[in-house]
Design a protein. Sequence first.
Length: 91
Amino acid sequence: MLSLVRNPEGQLLGSVARAKVLKALKENRGKDPVSFLLPEKIYRISEKATLAEALKKMNQLEVTYLLVCRDQTPIGVIGNADIIRAYRDVC
């Protein structure tokens, strides 16, 4: 599960995976700023992209999720597990 992190003006700063938060807590990093959990780059994809396009982009970028945007506005997140589950459900 991912959570989007925004600044006070609402601008997207990045996303944080639950697994990263849990790992940080196990490493006694609970007092560190959230910013150390943020990825260096946020990869986006249009809401109009197909599942195949999203999976291809994830493979090319070697990431497990993409931020889904309508124009430049983030509206969700899609992960490779979501796509695999969708294909499995229809096969």
